[in-house]
Design a protein around this ligand. Structure first.
Ligand SMILES: Cc1ncc(COP(=O)(O)O)c(C=O)c1O
Length: 392
């Protein structure tokens, strides 16, 4: 029997990292020592007190059944406490916060609850691929907002034609940004909220890197802007802030009607988070936060090593103040980042990500991630430098 996929998924290709995985397995089978600088999954573990909370909770007999849809009341209260401490923001745990099985789930589902076929969605280019995939599955039309070096990798709102802005239903933003490592000043968020109100657009701000900051920088939340809750929903996550990527716990925060719709949709789609994960997430959110600064210094040291090496061999880049990535433009005569990354991994074992994976405006760029211990990173940078010199 011929299995015919639904038309709405026919344009979807396998996730880039799934095909990269295949190449890496083959290279390793052939004896290549592959160093992965392509992923955004933190290599450092969560703090012991968080793991202990998970274990203690898992040992109890009453924590193995289904959890409450949208996360327990105490998990949502813990997120409210985090938003109050971190951003001085009051959020109603019942109406303005929703627990997610990792923020990726909520990001994908937002398009399913808001978008009708043919609705217009504004997407940054480059961007995290789940925004366009969510829009594609919802059969949206999309409009690209290029993130360019000359605009500090912020979208130029004034360049969006009025008829596009008036038709648009949803705009995605993500700061600190994956893949560019750019940050957004608070004033930019003020401008975005005013733009959204004028054109009646929902703003989805994706902020999983909000606590991965360097050089004493503190990233803002879009919800700090007065009136933002009228138009905005923010996604946040424990994956990067607390090194808990595999645990799958995130949050949607902000506009109560969007939270209500997502909550209703999710009550049909999933069966909540594992109770011990929710308990440990509460422990992470309510417990000691001082270790995060030390962890960020580890990333900062890695960032400095990557930045120094890439600059030395001619890449153009801005030093990122946050996120887990260095975004760098290839030096001449290189132009094709897919070809560059493919040759690099096959000839040296160093794996980095071609920028074009995140959108057309990423052509000519590569993304190097910070989630590898500094000794291995140093080895990768030595190989990269040597290889580049041989190629010239
Ligand atoms: C921009 C961005 N948003 C969302 C996510 C997903 O995070 P989570 O682990 O909470 O699903 C990632 C993960 O890499 C990301 O880079």
């Amino acid at each position: 029997m011929e299995i015919k996929p639904a038309e709405r998924i026919s344009g979807i290709k396998p996730y880039f990292f799934a095909s990269l995985e295949k190449t890496i397995v083959e290279l390793r089978q052939n004896g290549m020592d592959v160093i992965r600088l392509d992923m955004g999954s933190p290599d450092l573990p969560p703090r012991d007190f968080i793991i202990e909370s998970l274990v203690d909770s898992a040992r109890r007999a009453d924590t193995h059944g289904y959890g409450p849809s949208g996360g327990s009341a105490s998990l949502r209260a813990a997120f409210a406490s985090y938003y109050l401490d971190r951003f001085d923001l009051q959020l109603d745990p019942e109406k303005e916060l929703l627990g997610l099985i990792g923020s990726k789930e909520g990001i994908f589902n937002l398009s399913q609850v808001l978008i009708n076929p043919g609705d217009l969605v504004l997407l940054p280019d480059p961007c995290y691929p789940v925004y366009p995939i969510g829009a594609t599955i919802a059969q949206a039309e999309t409009y690209s907002m290029p993130l360019l070096a000359q605009n500090a990798f912020l979208p130029d709102l004034d360049a969006i034609p009025d008829e596009i802005a008036d038709r648009a239903k949803l705009m995605w933003l993500n700061y600190p940004n994956n893949p560019t490592g750019a940050i957004a000043p608070y004033q930019f968020f003020e401008k975005v909220v005013a733009f959204a109100k004028k054109h009646q657009i929902v703003i989805a701000h994706d902020a999983p890197y909000v606590d991965v900051c360097f050089d004493s920088y503190q990233a803002p939340s879009i919800l700090q802007v007065a009136g933002a809750k009228e138009v905005a929903v923010e996604f946040n996550s424990l994956s990067k802030t607390y090194n808990m990527a595999g645990w799958r716990v995130g949050v949607a925060a902000g506009n109560p009607e969007i939270i209500r719709l997502l909550r209703m949709y999710k009550s049909q789609m999933d069966s909540s988070l594992f109770k011990p994960v929710m308990q440990a997430a509460e422990t992470a959110l309510l417990g000691d936060q001082t270790w995060i600064e030390g962890r960020n210094q580890v990333y900062q040291q890695r960032r400095d090593l990557i930045v120094a090496t890439l600059k030395e061999i001619g890449f153009e880049l801005e030093v990122p103040k946050a996120s887990l990535y260095v975004w760098a433009h290839l030096p001449e005569p290189w132009a094709d980042s897919v070809q560059f990354c493919d040759m690099l991994i096959k000839q040296t074992g160093v794996s980095i990500t071609p920028g074009v994976v995140y959108g057309e405006s990423g052509a000519g760029f590569v993304r190097v991630s910070l989630v590898t211990p500094v000794e291995r990173l140093a080895e990768a940078m030595t190989r990269l430098k040597k290889w580049m010199k041989e190629k010239v």
